[in-house]
Write a protein that binds this ligand. Structure first.
Ligand code: SAH
Length: 464
């Protein structure tokens, strides 16, 4: 298996820094499937070419083989998910976007050529093109003959793939890392929850807007529907722009100027409204990993900030992200985190100017929602309560979300604008609040905004 990366001049040997591999040496690393070697065939200011050669050990290949045909396969020769694992091992630093010696190089677009000597592409040349062209590559594909000596035998199922781009080495590596196993499909390693994280981490900045996103996600995750749901939900919700086909040029621009994600817009809006309401003591209900808390901490107007969640793990992550243990004493005194539940009356939840429920209620099934309503509106009774939840009508604008699917596999419901307004009005009447409902995120004329927020307030005299 041979993959090469070539940079053209004027300072082509920068490639050595970017890949963290000195062109003068041969680099060898053990990988689970065998041995990976990196070497350079040329290293001049005009042109520098690094090769990744993966020698798959036959023992690895027959491990677990049951029948004769299992022993005979093309794994050692074609680029596949084995290469992906090797890429992660030998170019891990570069894949992470790190260049210790020359950090300024990471963002630099360079004239690059990537060559995969032999690749088996499920779906053929067409799929190769559909995957790489939208990312801005000039794609050259050569279908390999079955046997060069006997052209009359016809073409094989294998291709030689050459990709050219003015791009960053980091982006090129992330594209290969995600797309090689997508082409190969026979992903040999265990597919677990972490695969979703890997896919989203390496797909950051390009997967959310790739026109073949659906194909990429479903093949990468081997069509495991629960993992695919997670990936699509996170791509849509935390992801960026609408997922339409994007011109390569637009893609590059978009990378530089990434729009705020929906979740960021939502959190910023909640923090802004809390400030406008004059709230000083704020409780974040279902605070998760503490993204809203961080915004509140940054503003001195909030004197007492509390985060509550049922999940210990989320609270630990929140504490670590907020660096509670390193916080100066005065700052530390402003914030508390505690475990609790929305479903039970709890003294600790009482006495706040305002509380937030950001993307939480849709995780509660009807009996829990009913319990939450009393525990929060009736017993905790903050002066103001901000509730956000997805707008289901908008889902149709996510082209890769199948009809009747919700954005997250833990969502128990997603409400239309009318359903949310109806719930909000019922709560206001029942518990003596005033309420307004507003859209969150970019407005579509027909389907509204992707998310929605209700702001409940106790009438002045009662709240004062
Ligand atoms: N508000 C955060 C997290 C939203 S995810 C944000 O916007 O980033 C939903 C959160 O609600 C999760 O952290 C989950 O642990 C929490 N949650 C779900 N049911 C809960 C319950 N019954 N009591 C308290 N928290 C709950």
């Amino acid at each position: 298996m041979l993959l090469s990366i070539s940079q053209a001049g004027p300072a082509a040997t920068d490639l050595g820094y970017l890949l963290h591999k000195n062109p003068a040496n041969l680099h060898t690393a053990d990988v689970p499937s065998g041995v990976a070697r990196v070497f350079y065939s040329e290293a001049t200011p005009e042109r520098c070419t690094a090769h990744l050669l993966l020698e798959v050990s036959p023992i690895e290949l027959v491990r677990g083989a049951q029948q004769l045909e299992d022993y005979v396969n093309d794994r050692p020769y074609v680029a596949s998910s084995y290469v992906t694992v090797a890429l992660g091992r030998v170019f891990g630093t570069a894949l992470g976007g790190i260049c210790q010696r020359r950090p300024e190089l990471v963002q630099q677009r360079l004239p690059l050529t990537l060559t995969v000597e032999v690749i088996r592409a499920r779906g053929g040349a067409d799929v190769l093109r559909r995957l790489f062209a939208p990312l801005g590559y000039e794609v050259e594909i050569q279908q390999l003959p079955l046997d060069e000596k006997f052209p009359e035998w016809g073409e094989s199922r294998y291709f030689r793939l050459v990709l050219r781009i003015d791009g960053t080495v980091h982006d090129a590596l992330t594209h290969l890392y995600v797309l090689l196993p997508v082409l190969d499909e026979e992903k040999h390693y265990y597919i677990g929850d972490d695969e979703v994280n890997k896919l989203l981490r390496h797909g950051e900045g390009w997967l959310a807007s790739h026109p073949e996103q659906k194909l990429i996600v479903s093949r990468y995750l081997k069509r495991r529907s629960s993992l695919m749901d997670q990936a699509f939900a996170r791509l849509h919700d935390e992801g960026s722009a609408p997922v339409d086909a994007v011109e390569p040029a637009a893609l590059l621009e978009k990378d530089l100027e990434r729009p705020l994600t929906l979740h960021t817009q939502r959190l910023n809006l909640v923090a802004k409204r809390l400030k406008e309401l004059g709230a000083k003591q704020v409780l974040d209900l279902g605070c998760g990993e503490g993204k809203l808390l961080r915004r509140l901490l940054a503003d001195r107007a909030f004197t007492r900030i509390a985060g509550m969640d049922v999940s210990h793990r989320s609270l630990e992550t929140a504490a670590a992200r907020l660096r509670l243990d390193q916080m100066a004493a005065r700052q530390r005194a402003r914030i508390e985190l505690f475990q609790g539940s929305l479903l039970y009356r709890d003294q600790r939840l009482a006495g706040f100017d305002a509380a937030a429920l950001v993307e939480v209620i849709e995780h509660l099934d009807p009996p829990r929602l009913a319990a939450m309503e009393r525990a929060i509106f009736e017993f905790a009774r903050p002066k103001h309560l901000l509730v956000t939840t997805p707008n289901r009508e908008y889902n149709i604008l996510f082209p890769t979300l199948p009809p009747d699917r919700l954005r997250h596999n833990d969502h128990r419901f997603e409400w239309t604008r009318a359903e949310f307004a109806d719930w909000a009005n019922r709560m206001a009447v029942r518990f003596g609040y005033q309420v307004t409902v507003e859209p969150v995120g970019p407005l579509d004329e027909v389907h509204g905004a992707p998310s929605q927020m209700a702001v409940f307030s106790l009438p002045q005299e009662a709240g004062a």
